[in-house]
Design a protein around this ligand. Structure first.
Ligand SMILES: *[C@@H]1O[C@H](CO)[C@@H](O)[C@H](O)[C@H]1NC(C)=O
Length: 401
């Protein structure tokens, strides 16, 4: 087995782990199918799907997909809009990775929701930038702060404009960081009817992932920025080399998967090759640096440029915090989190809950790890049914008003 290439597969699991994983997967070449996410994964499963594009304030062209039910009896595009926001190193395909009865995107569509799939800048299903190319370092000059304030804000605005309805938002992992950040902005949260957060994160200082903590300790984020690497693309040669170096001597590569994010109870090992056709997606080094700043400082704040640059940008020496107590209590929230999640740690989730003024509906699953909330073979009965009940109850209450 080609070791460096196999190790590149590690990054797909940077935000999730697989218990008892022994065979290291081989990365496949990109699938030859052309066209967008609709053509790749969604229409082939029998679901009507249309491609959309919108432009952020800073010129990025984001791809969105609109998916409706296979059944013409179900409401489809006239159902309630729900926007899905994927996690780090993932893209909109994350919601369609398993069968139609297991994957959230398909399940919501078949239940009559008007499903909108978000894809942040730099991912495979987004469409670049009005003037920059992926080869420009400026193209990668952003972190989750921009993903929240520009990308997610724009996607919410776009779906709201087309559907003329307040929308439901579902986020996973980094998608929850973005959501909690942008929900502090009154003009954006005003367009959101309710939100469901899978593995909610606003604080990251209690992560227990050995592997990630090691990367933080050796300051990998600062090293790659100092080396002039702006794009994190783990399917590139450079990406595989860095991962190979990291792995070597420090951690047994055949156990890295469970070292990254804790054990997932219900992951289907035989589908790893298929997942690797789609993940990992690229992100920016600056984003990794911002995430590592959260781990080091224990704050939920804007990107820290250092005192002098902060003064110039923010007019204060420290970056402004995202104050989640500003999220209006009128926004119904639902959160699902797991006892084996080494990234959205239970202590950090409690910290988030303390910071919020509202009391979210909570679903805690002891044996779930970070990726179970997306890919567990029984995630529908364990998690999604409860989330959908929550959305339906919100809809019912508001229809009486
Ligand atoms: C696991 O994946 C295999 C291969 O795609 C599939 O045939 C099987 O049904 C999956 N198992 C479950 C429990 O979903």
């Amino acid at each position: 087995m080609n070791h460096p290439r196999a190790v590149a597969g590690l990054i797909i699991f940077l935000l999730f782990s697989v218990g008892n994983f022994t065979a290291v997967p081989q990365l496949r070449r990109k699938p030859q199918v052309t066209g967008g996410l609709c053509a790749h994964l969604i229409q082939s499963a029998g679901f009507p799907c249309t491609e959309h594009q919108t432009k952020t304030k800073d010129g990025f062209l984001l791809g969105l997909q609109r998916v409706s039910s296979r059944s013409t009896i179900v409401r489809g595009e006239t159902g309630h809009p729900v926007l899905l926001i994927h996690g780090l190193f993932m893209a909109g395909d994350a919601w369609f990775m398993n069968s139609a009865s297991q994957s959230l995107g398909f399940i919501l569509a078949d239940q009559g929701f008007d499903v909108w799939v978000g894809n942040v800048r730099g991912t495979r299903w987004s469409h670049g930038h009005v003037s920059l190319s992926v080869k420009n370092k400026e193209f990668w000059d952003w972190s989750w702060q921009e993903l929240a304030l520009y990308d997610l804000a724009e996607m919410i605005r776009y779906v709201n404009k087309i559907t003329k309805a307040k929308i439901f938002v579902v986020g996973h992992s980094q998608g929850t960081i973005m959501s909690l950040a942008v929900f502090t902005k009154p003009d954006i949260v005003d367009m959101v009817k309710a939100a469901a957060l899978l593995c909610p994160i606003s604080y990251l200082d209690h992560i227990t992932s050995d592997f990630v903590l090691r990367l933080v300790k050796i300051r990998l984020d600062e090293v790659i920025l100092a080396l002039g690497i702006h794009q994190l693309n783990f399917k590139s040669n450079m990406g595989t080399q860095i991962m190979d170096m990291m792995c070597d001597g420090h951690i047994h590569c055949d156990i890295w998967l469970s070292a990254i994010t804790g054990k997932n109870c219900c992951f289907n090992d035989s589908r790893i090759d298929f997942y690797l056709e789609y993940e990992p997606n690229p992100s920016s080094s600056k984003n990794l640096h911002h995430l590592f700043q959260m781990i080091r400082k224990g704050s939920f704040a804007m990107y820290d440029y250092g005192m002098w640059k902060n003064l110039m940008r923010y007019k204060q020496p420290k970056p402004p915090v995202f104050d989640i107590s500003q999220i209006p209590t009128s926004l119904p929230l639902w959160m699902g989190y797991g006892g084996n999640d080494a990234l959205a740690d239970v202590i950090d989730v409690q910290h988030t809950l303390k910071g919020l003024k509202s009391k979210p509906n909570l679903l805690y699953i002891e044996e779930y790890g970070h990726i179970d909330f997306l890919l567990s073979t029984r995630v529908k009965t364990d998690v999604y049914n409860d989330m959908i009940r929550f959305f339906n109850s919100v809809q019912k209450v508001s229809s009486f008003k």
